[in-house]
Design a protein around this ligand. Structure first.
Ligand SMILES: Nc1ncnc2c1ncn2[C@@H]1O[C@H](COP(=O)(O)OP(=O)(O)OP(=O)(O)O)[C@@H](O)[C@H]1O
Length: 313
């Protein structure tokens, strides 16, 4: 019998997971899984729970919560030789990763996608000794994601990020950084840099319009030093995916990226604090298998040359 381990954050976003636990476990059992669950207790617990699930050789690990919980679960899976398949139940505030994979926010519908069994391989980002599944970045503006109080996030959802962004915009300074990417070099002042695996970041769904989640490449975006008015103009372009050709933006694909600064620059990994620069990024090609609604995902994310279960990295 197949075994599934549900790792859920009872405090995520709308705090609705607790009410749906019985429904989730029942749907899994009906689909032929022996299912059990673990409620996370605080920072880092989802990573330990995922490691234990690997030791116990679960076939499937389901991360239920926001992007922070999914990131923690991936950190418990990615470093292992045997890696269970990953299911996602989005219950956070932004759910960028779930949005990129068209996994619905309705809990029952998200479980149905797992029980249906359709999967794709996804690339994972490694930065120094940690992993990310959606986006890493640095620069003052990226720090706002963890300055938003969690109570405000629960109350206002994504709007909380935008409010915090508006409040912080006038004080955002550029950082002096150097970025080496697949043999090329950027040196200078930048407002921010983003290293993305999917097309969906902070609710902007066209930030990396041509990205594929399983091509082995990061989308690198560098926003050069600009003033506030220009910043707002480029952010407006980004809503439509038209920022990539702006002269203030460098947009490139790369599988290895090194970032360095003489200043103290914080890193953000999947929306959480991820240490300080310097950073070395490596793309782990098709490292995890994730359950998705195959009919709904973007054609760019649907590999035609993939056999389920095949190992790449
Ligand atoms: N029982 C708990 N009590 C308090 N915090 C917890 C608990 N379990 C996990 N956490 C922490 O909550 C953090 C954020 O949770 P998560 O990402 O799931 O939800 P969110 O913040 O509402 O959503 P999003 O990340 O999409 O904005 C996790 O990184 C984890 O460290």
């Amino acid at each position: 019998m197949k075994r599934a381990r549900l790792i859920y954050n009872p405090t995520s976003g709308r705090e609705i997971l607790k009410r749906h636990l019985a429904e989730i476990l029942e749907k899994l059992e009906i689909a032929g899984y022996e299912a059990s669950c673990h409620a996370t207790t605080g920072e880092g617990d989802a990573t330990s729970a995922a490691r234990i699930a690997v030791e116990r050789q679960y076939d499937v690990v389901i991360a239920a919560g926001g992007d922070g919980t999914i990131n923690e679960v991936v950190n418990g899976l990615a470093e292992q030789e045997f890696r269970p398949k990953l299911g996602i139940i989005p219950a956070g505030t932004t759910n960028d990763f779930a949005r990129a994979l068209h996994i619905p926010r309705d809990i029952g519908a998200a479980v149905d996608i797992i029980t249906k069994g359709e999967r794709i391989p996804v690339d994972i980002g490694r930065i120094n000794d940690r992993y990310f599944i959606n986006i890493a970045g640095g620069g003052r503006i990226t720090e706002l994601t963890y300055e938003v109080p969690s109570k405000l996030k629960t109350m206002l959802g994504q709007l909380a990020y935008y409010l915090k962004g508006m409040e912080m915009l006038p004080s955002i300074k550029a950082s002096d950084i150097s970025i080496e990417y697949d043999g090329k070099l950027f040196e200078g002042e930048a407002m921010l840099f983003l290293v993305g695996l999917t097309n969906s970041i902070g609710g902007f769904e066209k930030i990396a319009p041509d990205s594929s989640i399983n091509d082995g490449l990061f989308s690198l975006l560098i926003l050069k030093k600009i003033n506030l008015a220009e910043f707002i103009r480029v952010a407006t372009l980004a809503i439509r995916g038209e920022h990539v050709n702006d002269p203030n933006v460098i947009y490139a694909k790369a599988s290895r990226i090194k970032v360095h600064s003489n200043e103290k620059v914080q890193l953000n990994l999947d929306g959480e604090f991820g240490g300080l620069l310097p950073a070395e990024f490596a793309n782990l090609y098709r490292h995890l298998e994730v359950f998705v609604p195959l009919d709904d995902i973007r054609p760019l994310d649907k590999p035609t040359d993939w056999v389920p279960g095949q190992r790449y990295s």
